[in-house]
Design a binder for this molecule. Sequence first.
Ligand code: FMN
Length: 187
Amino acid sequence: MRIVALCGSLRAGSFNQALLDVAIERGPAHGLEIVQADIREFPPFNQDLEGTPPPAVLEAKRIIQTGETLLLVSPETNYGVPGVLKNAIDWLSRPAHDPTLYRRPMAVAGVSTGYMGTMRAQLAWRQMWHYFNAPVFSGVELTVPLARTVFDGDGRIADTATVERLDAYLSALSEWVMQCQRAAEPT
Ligand SMILES: Cc1cc2nc3c(=O)[nH]c(=O)nc-3n(C[C@H](O)[C@H](O)[C@H](O)COP(=O)(O)O)c2cc1C
């Protein structure tokens, strides 16, 4: 099963990118091929350009449509969602009901340096997904707080409990993606 991930941080040394990299590595053990679609070259959204999206947007749309589920690995900024990822979602959502996001199952995870581990941002992403009329994975939550105590200088997870939580998340996610596939099959 193929999952396409977007990372909501463009920062070199991003903890969210580090979490996604480890998820990509550990995915196959749970029956998941996780690939990343790049949002770095997305310009600020402008509805005047919606009919002729830039190549970076078209390429990300193509990759997302090769997967069953979208995975957002998102920081929290100012108690909300990071603008760079919201901007990407706005591009990817157009035109209205575009199959890139419309009805596409979504899962969310995130890392923060604070105590809440992106919980508020994750709730905001979940709320946003109502618009896309799509299921959101809820079986296991992956909020990773206090990032500086969790990752080492090479972006590896230095904390065993977090690796176990990531594995539990991927395992439950894999089961859920299968259920979504079964539900989508014609009866
Ligand atoms: C503009 C800005 C706003 C932030 N707001 C929050 C916040 O609301 N909650 C939180 O837990 N951390 C917040 N942080 C700290 C982030 O958790 C931290 O910068 C984290 O490393 C961002 O993820 P990254 O390492 O993947 O870039 C904020 C950071 C920035 C730069």
